[in-house]
Design a protein around this ligand. Structure first.
Ligand code: SF4
Length: 404
């Protein structure tokens, strides 16, 4: 799974030529040009390919390519995979989750999937990815069959049925460097490249990953990065906004401007664990109530914080595919390091990972609130009230005036 960014739709109809027995999804009507403004959260708008914070007027994410990356070398990904292999093979990687959630027509993507047979009780991220493939005519998709999502097998079957080439990738069942190396070799071979070329890309991506880590550090050490910005920059390391050089230069500019800010100064320090929220509004809402999100668990993992001397070491240290026990260690470590007051555990409706909620709540030595949402759009009043009460509770504990 995963998250938000800035891949833009611009009438991308140059699709990879593959048989598709179904008509394309309904095209957006009113306000359909993404050259205009499209809200993705309260104060954040996509304008002419930039994600802009309306309060400051500052671009907070690198611009997307001038046109949609639909073409024969575009490859959709269903979650973070070894992007270095794709780049080594000359592909343009595009994270389908980001494509879905940053579109002002995200709801349409879900409806497209439901019209094509996806049940109402299927996760919206899965349906959104399917809708994005259909909307942008993406002809090749890397589907992670182990270590990501139980829905992916059926998603791949549906896409293949409709003429989309699906390339499987499976994170080894255990965190084992040798097994990871074997899977990477197989994956690279399938894309017409080899691990040695991918290794060159690991080194080339090093500076961009380092910048993502600096943005993250500026969040929790100096409090100069908003929770939404932290989320966007880290979640974008799954595909580097389809262009690592562009990501890198935009990150340099962002850092330069963020370093000069005054600290945001939230009275409560929060982390968000779980799959990236389908409602980015959560970050600004929490901030408006005096809580700053300074840790995004999954997005932080996408940036490969542990690094590694080789590609197989790097991806073996990545916790997301390896279950709750492995994740808990990383969450606990970061919670201590960042001095978190509490955790918001975001769970997606109809996601099997929801089952792990109890373990996470039992294991973490700090207050946890579980938040569930189904579709993109505004948060409900009930969710807002619960979040507000949670922030007040944390503040009362922190300030020594317990109210409960
Ligand atoms: S079911 Fe869970 S893991 Fe799968 S796409 Fe949805 S949120 Fe992600």
């Amino acid at each position: 799974m995963a998250v938000q960014r800035d891949c833009r739709d611009k009438g991308s109809a140059q699709v990879t030529a593959r048989a598709n027995p179904y008509p394309p999804p309904r095209q957006p009507q009113a306000g359909g040009s993404l050259n205009t403004c499209a809200p993705i959260s309260l104060h954040t708008y996509i304008i002419r390919g930039f994600t802009v914070d309306m309060r400051t007027g500052k671009n907070i994410l690198p611009p997307s390519p001038p046109s949609m990356p639909a073409g024969s070398n575009t490859v959709g990904i269903t979650t973070t995979v070894p992007v270095e292999v794709l780049l080594g093979a000359g592909c343009v990687p595009v994270d389908l989750n980001n494509l879905f959630i940053t579109s002002p027509f995200a709801e349409d993507f879900i409806l497209t999937a439901e019209r094509s047979g996806f049940p109402r009780t299927c996760c919206s991220w899965t349906k959104g990815m399917y809708g994005a493939v259909r909307r942008y005519g993406i002809g090749r998709v890397v589907v992670v069959l182990q270590g990501d999502c139980n829905n992916n097998q059926a998603l791949a079957e549906m896409l293949e049925y409709e003429g989309v080439e699906c390339i499987p990738f499976a994170f080894p069942h255990r965190q084992n460097v040798t097994e990871m190396a074997g899977e990477m070799r197989r994956f690279a071979g399938r894309l017409g490249t080899d691990p040695e070329t991918a290794e060159v890309w690991r080194e080339r991506l090093g500076p961009a990953r380092k910048l993502a880590h600096e943005i993250d550090m500026l969040s929790w050490r100096e409090g100069k990065v908003h929770g939404l910005e932290n989320h966007l920059w880290l979640v974008s390391t799954g595909d580097f906004c389809t262009n690592p050089d562009r990501y890198r230069s935009a990150a340099e500019r962002f850092l330069e401007s963020a370093r000069g800010r005054n600290p945001i100064g939230g009275r409560v320090r929060l982390g968000v664990a779980g799959v990236p929220p389908i409602v980015p509004e959560i970050y600004e809402f929490l901030e408006s109530r005096g809580a700053t999100v300074i840790y995004n668990e999954t997005q932080h993992q996408f940036s490969m914080p542990r690094g590694g001397e080789t590609l197989q070491h790097q991806y073996t240290g990545y916790t997301y595919p390896y279950g709750i026990r492995c994740r808990l260690k990383a969450i606990g470590r970061e919670a201590r390091r960042r001095r978190l007051d509490g955790i918001v555990h975001y769970v997606q409706s109809f996601c099997y990972r929801r089952i792990e909620d109890r373990i996470l709540r039992d294991a973490l030595p700090m207050p946890v609130i579980t938040l569930e949402q189904d579709r993109p759009g505004a948060m409900t009043g009930q969710i807002k009230t619960r979040l507000e009460a949670f922030v007040e509770l944390l503040w009362s504990r922190k300030s020594g005036h317990e109210i409960f």
